[in-house]
Ligand binder design. Structure first.
Ligand code: HEC
Length: 142
């Protein structure tokens, strides 16, 4: 399941990768991030009423987020940065904190109840905050 997600996301970041040959480890972890963004966007659109709530789609997006957050430490295990990467080098000396941020995101996704729109609205901010917390510490701002 995760492989399919990553393959789809890799296609989506083709444009990103084409600009300049980027490291394949970097490409793979960025693809996972874009897949997480896509799942979060689906939930965010439902939550904001831009898209009709659909419990099956919401549950699938939740499952994707859990799987992707779980995969994050593994995807960053190799210390790689290239010209296009926005990963801060402090990830590796501060590995434990980085891993905890990923666990935090996984927990927030698990705690999400995707069975109703109200529950989704309650749980979504924690997921968004978990993404932002890690980005604040470990990703170079745009
Ligand atoms: C454990 C830390 C961590 C968590 C949790 C995390 N990210 Fe990231 N994210 C990063 C890092 C580091 C990068 C930069 C990777 C690179 O460029 O090599 C990144 C990059 C991205 C990118 C690529 C484009 C960009 O802005 O750099 C997107 C999109 C993204 N993250 C979305 C998300 C979403 C959505 C979530 C929550 C569901 C999330 N991330 C959770 C660390 C994290």
């Amino acid at each position: 399941m995760l492989c399919a997600l990553l393959a789809a996301a890799l296609t989506a970041v083709g444009a990103f990768a084409a600009e300049e040959e980027s490291d394949r480890f970097v490409r793979k972890r960025v693809a996972a991030m874009f897949a997480a963004q896509a799942a979060l966007d689906r939930l965010g659109d439902m939550s904001a009423g831009r898209r009709r709530f659909d419990a099956a789609i919401a549950r699938e997006a939740r499952r994707d987020l859990i799987a992707l957050a779980r995969a994050m430490p593994g995807l960053f295990r190799r210390q790689r940065v290239d010209a296009q990467s926005r990963a801060l080098p402090r990830i590796w000396p501060q590995w434990r904190q980085f891993r905890d941020e990923a666990r935090h995101a996984e927990r927030a996704a698990r705690d999400l109840n995707a069975g109703s729109l109200n529950r989704l609205r309650q749980g979504l901010p924690a997921v968004v905050n978990a993404c932002l917390d890690c980005h604040r510490s470990f990703r170079r701002p745009p």
